[in-house]
Design a protein around this ligand. Structure first.
Ligand code: ATP
Ligand code: MG
Length: 587
């Protein structure tokens, strides 16, 4: 039993100055976590308790699908990450360090390389597969924007698992088992979640889905279709696109003088004056970016390749930089500088058109720009635009990249219904990696026919420490935290209001509850009712048992924090009441 009189962590009256999200505010105020540095936190007793309970659920569900637990170090040599190029491509998010002998090390942000290399040394036959290994381990990422307490840390606890299979069918099975294990895990944790299609990004590989906890405080935006159930991270979202048509069937290009048309509205007015009456969605906006591709060199020097990318999107939309960045294969994306000395040749600021761009820039379009579509766009000359510019006739993009913002109401690619947009917190991510890592390490096993066969892999993560914040974000009210029973630091918060009889009876009830298997947090401080109730609400234990004034009449009060209800119960029945249904709702 935990007694508040002796509990190391204390509640705080004031919100931490830097906390924008309720979960962050409440976890600090309730004494669950304390900040050490940006994105680096200490777990205090109650916080550690919640963390460990989440960890236990994750572990159970991983073991239930046959996962075997291992534990890798966080501090690892560069070698294996050099083999895959990630020493370089992971960029500034990687904590790199050097030992006394000058050897390069890193604090691992994820462990694909080490797992692949371990399995290469241990597994030799198809009989060793399928294999699921997992760990619950501290990861390090030098996040650009650590945020919201443990929600986005630079040091954080992750469950990462890796599946090894002989063929694609086996991988699909391991992936499905993980997906189901994650569903069970998040249900048990009391998290509301959505499964959305994701971009595989820097991990490489093919199929990938994210588990998002819907929350306005989340950093991910996702679309969902209220009609067919399609759901995707906005980075991977597909919307219905116009049908392609015959590019031959249009008037010839017409050059328009548009000297004072810096905005879409002034442009449309100038175009209208020339007798062409179109809306903003018929203009093609061409936005120039500088892409830096880390090249995966293994000598530790920063190298890489830089290119200019111009993206064409309908003029009534903005570029969604995250969407673009998620789809350029790990390159970093910056707006191109069109004014400086190094400005790419041929790009006239404000008047870029896709027709006749030089080979030194790569021109791509958003999926909304299709063959046969006709546009008003820049003429690649100062003060001039061009009308009747047709894709497939006047310009031929080298590719298609999702770059335009997706808006609520855009039609679903599958069924045409207007999509809904919402925000969420990424709590889990599952990937079918395929052979990217097994190729890098030449991980083969002998197949049934005695011939070596390349193994195929999946990788799967759950943000264990992030889940603490995600649960808190979804489960709180203005008074404090409201833990789901499965993760709460106690089942019952017993409060003695007053030091005499109340304290004696409360002590006895607390002991009996513990004997009945309930975990008790006992407020034995004899604090004033105001202070005691405020703390109980802040700490967020789901059931509160108050031994107070009613004791004279033989009753105690049981409050259900989550249901927001309270009931008077005869003293003699309190333990049975609370020990029965795990503190079920009070009617
Ligand atoms: P994000 O997009 O939020 O940066 P990610 O896609 O880079 O996350 P993964 O590499 O997929 O993260 O890691 C697996 C899981 O680890 C994530 O789904 C998330 O729950 C958790 N996680 C990732 N980064 C952090 C972090 N900085 N702090 C806490 N948890 C994290
Ligand atoms: Mg992810």
């Amino acid at each position: 039993m935990r007694r508040l009189s002796a509990l190391f962590s204390k509640t705080l009256r004031d919100d931490p100055a830097d906390a924008e999200l309720a979960s962050h505010r409440l976890l600090v105020r309730a004494g669950y976590i304390r900040r050490v540095a940006p994105g680096i936190f200490t777990w205090l007793p109650l916080g550690l308790d919640v963390l460990r309970r989440i960890e236990a659920v994750v572990r159970e569900e991983m073991e239930a699908i046959g996962g075997q637990e291992v534990l890798f170090p966080a501090l690892v040599p560069k070698e294996h990450y050099a083999t895959t190029g990630r020493w370089e491509t992971y960029g500034e998010s990687l904590f790199r360090l050097r030992d006394r002998r000058g050897g390069d090390y890193l604090l691992a942000p994820t462990h694909e390389e080490l797992f692949t290399n371990l399995v290469k040394g241990e597994a030799s036959s198809y009989k060793d597969l399928p294999l699921i290994l997992f760990q619950i381990q501290t990861k390090y990422r030098d996040e650009a924007r650590p945020r919201a307490g443990v929600l986005r840390g630079r040091e954080f606890l992750m469950k990462d698992s890796y599946s090894f299979d002989l063929d694609d069918e086996g991988l699909a099975g391991s992936y499905r088992r993980h997906r189901e294990a994650y569903q069970r895990t998040f249900e048990r944790l009391g998290l509301d979640y959505r499964i959305v299609s994701a971009v595989s990004g820097a991990m490489g590989g093919s199929a990938s889905e994210e588990f998002l906890a819907p929350s306005d405080g989340g950093e991910d935006t996702y679309v969902s279709c209220p009609s067919c159930g399609y759901a995707a991270n906005i980075e991977a979202a597909e919307t219905a696109v116009p049908a392609a048509s015959d590019p031959g069937d249009h008037p010839p290009i017409q050059i328009l003088e548009t000297p004072d048309a810096p905005t879409i509205a002034t442009l449309l007015a100038a175009v209208r004056a020339a007798g062409i009456d179109v809306g903003a969605s018929a203009t093609l906006k061409n936005v120039a970016f500088t892409l830096h591709h880390p090249d995966g060199r293994t000598d530790g020097r920063t190298g890489g390749r830089t290119e200019t990318l111009v993206v064409g999107i309908p003029g009534d939309r903005d570029v969604d930089l995250r969407r673009l960045e998620a789809n350029v294969g790990g390159a970093t994306v910056q707006p191109a500088d069109l004014d400086g000395d190094d400005a790419p040749a041929g790009l006239v600021k404000g008047y870029i058109g896709p027709q006749g761009l030089g080979a030194e820039v790569r021109y791509v379009v958003d999926p909304l720009v299709v063959t046969g579509s006709e546009w008003v766009t820049g003429a690649n000359q100062p003060g001039r635009h061009a009308a009747h510019v047709v894709m497939g006739r006047d310009f031929h993009p080298s590719g298609v990249l999702p770059a335009a913002e997706v808006r609520a109401g855009d039609p679903c690619a599958r069924c045409g219904t207007g999509l809904e947009l919402a925000r969420g917190i990424e709590i889990g991510h599952i990937f079918q990696l395929g052979r990217k890592y097994t190729d890098a390490f030449a991980l083969d096993v002998l197949g049934p026919d005695g011939k070596p066969q390349r193994v195929t892999m999946g990788s799967y993560g759950i943000g264990v420490s992030r889940a603490v914040a995600a649960i808190a974000e979804q489960s709180h009210d203005d008074k404090g935290l409201l833990w789901p029973a499965a993760v709460a630091p106690a089942d019952v918060h017993v409060v003695a209001v007053g030091k005499g009889d109340q304290m004696a009876v409360a002590t006895r009830l607390a002991e009996e509850l513990e004997a009945a298997g309930r975990r008790v947090l006992f407020d034995d401080r004899g604090a004033s009712p105001g202070v005691a109730f405020k703390d109980a609400e802040l700490l967020g234990v789901p059931m509160i048992l108050v031994v107070g004034k009613g004791l004279a009449g033989g009753v105690v009060e049981v409050r259900d924090r989550r249901a927001g209800t309270a009931a008077e119960v005869p003293v003699g029945e309190a333990v049975a009441f609370l020990a029965g249904g795990g503190g079920g709702p009070i009617r």
